[in-house]
Design a protein around this ligand. Structure first.
Ligand code: GDP
Length: 412
């Protein structure tokens, strides 16, 4: 096991991933969220959805202390990065809540069922994320189920979503015998120990070498094709090295030209570590995002994702908990300090920042400050509502509503 999940003391806009998990109801969003928290060490006990024991509800006392992982966002750490899991409403409509949740995240994992493939609702969520330009990777879940088949699921991603799949894993074993994956970027295998969260990394098993080699070449060819025009940059040599392949996959993900596809069984805790590695490797950090725009004194202004900029944040959810009224913020620019003041751009009121909390699965961690890219909850704000802009009193700004791009036409 890797030494992940250690508390990080500092945050930088490059070492954060603000992540949403987008899924059809029943595809496994709750299970994956819970396994991510378990794998990162944010929780120490695994729960099962069908036993009613996931973090959301497994300890009534914890719930009484105001801890609900789906309230707004929950933080964990992986490979030196803060991963903020942002709740995306399960029901898909065009309500403000869905729009806001898509606005505060920088990247997402789209979850598909390995038996059903792309279902109507997953297609709707996908289109919605397209309209917001949210970079995504795909996780084909439930590979342990009877009838599960990665290739069929990948074909349905290509057909129904009209996107080029970049399959970076080859499953080891089928259905009940699914025990691991070959990572086609590093050409190493990962095998999970039955009944445990432990895994072993090793060379590609002999019987899979030819198939893995074939799939790696297919991945390279697809990447090269999508990178037409800039090929010299990515393949100076005839073959892509692991590092350049990973870099090319990241760029394609950020451009939305292809989707990296991973697979696993969340229920059996298989595939979560590589998924987290892919989140860190391929999805953008807040520092990669363009500046936010807003209006100030009748003119348009921008704020870069930089702690030194004037403070600007969006309140995206307000929850009442026994700890107090928590205003959940996505900070786009500047630095928020405990004891400082912020301007509520909607009401024109100046308010004091009582406490700054990083919301974790089983506790709240007090912080002295939070910077651009962070997602935190603040206690002490009386008037802010979901959708309110908070800014530096000396530099007022009202953030623009999210810009929604034209829908991407489906390829039948
Ligand atoms: P959500 O509605 O997307 O949040 O889905 P859940 O996480 O609640 O999962 C729906 C059902 O699928 C539950 O009964 C889970 O136990 C089950 N499930 C989730 N992941 C897997 C998996 O990898 N394999 C199998 N066989 N079942 C799973």
């Amino acid at each position: 096991m890797r030494a992940n999940g250690r508390p990080l003391t500092t945050t930088s806009p490059t070492a954060v991933r603000n992540l949403g998990i987008l899924a059809h109801v029943d595809a496994g969003k709750t299970t994956i969220t819970e396994r991510i928290l378990f794998t990162t060490g944010a929780i120490h006990k695994r729960g099962e959805v069908h036993h009613g024991t996931t973090v959301t509800d497994y300890d009534p006392q914890e719930r009484d202390r105001g801890i609900t992982i789906f309230a707004a966002a929950v933080s964990c750490t992986w490979a030196g990065h803060h991963v903020n899991l942002i709740d995306t409403p399960g029901h898909v409509d065009f309500s403000d809540e869905v729009e806001r949740s898509l606005r505060v995240l920088d990247g997402a994992v789209a979850v598909f069922d390995a038996v059903a493939g792309v279902e109507p609702q997953s297609e709707t969520v996908w289109r919605q994320a397209d309209r917001h330009g949210v970079p995504r990777i795909a996780f084909v879940n439930k590979l342990d189920r009877a009838g599960a088949d990665l290739d069929t699921a990948v074909a349905s991603i290509r057909r129904r979503l009209g996107v080029v799949p970049l399959v970076v894993q080859l499953p080891i074993g089928r259905e009940d015998a699914f025990t691991g994956v070959v990572d086609l970027v590093t050409m190493r295998s990962l095998r999970w120990t039955a009944g445990s969260a432990d895994f072993e990394s090793g060379p590609v098993p002999e019987p899979l070498r030819e198939e893995a080699g074939r799939r790696r070449r297919l991945l390279e060819e697809t990447v090269a094709e999508l990178h037409a025009g800039a090929l010299e940059e990515f393949c100076a040599d005839s073959a892509l090295s692991d590092g350049t392949l990973a870099r090319a996959l990241r760029e394609l993900t950020l451009r939305g030209d292809g989707v990296v596809v991973l697979c696993g069984s969340a229920y059996r805790n298989r595939g979560i570590e590589p998924l987290l590695d892919a989140v860190v490797a391929y999805l953008p950090a807040p520092a990669d995002m363009p500046p936010v725009r807003g209006m100030a004194d009748g003119s348009e202004q921008e704020r870069a994702p930089d702690p030194a900029e004037p403070f600007a944040a969006l309140a995206f959810k307000v929850t009442a908990t026994p700890t107090g009224r928590l205003t959940h913020l996505r900070i786009y620019a500047g630095t928020l300090r405990k004891g400082g003041t912020v301007l509520d751009a909607t009401t024109g009121r100046t308010e004091r920042v009582g406490r700054i909390l990083r919301v974790q699965a089983d506790r709240h961690e007090d912080r002295e400050e939070a910077v651009a890219g962070d997602i935190v909850a603040v206690i002490g704000l009386k008037s802010a509502r979901a959708g309110t802009t908070l800014c530096a009193p000396g530099a007022p700004l009202v953030l623009e509503p999210p810009t929604v791009a034209e829908p991407v036409v489906s390829v039948a």
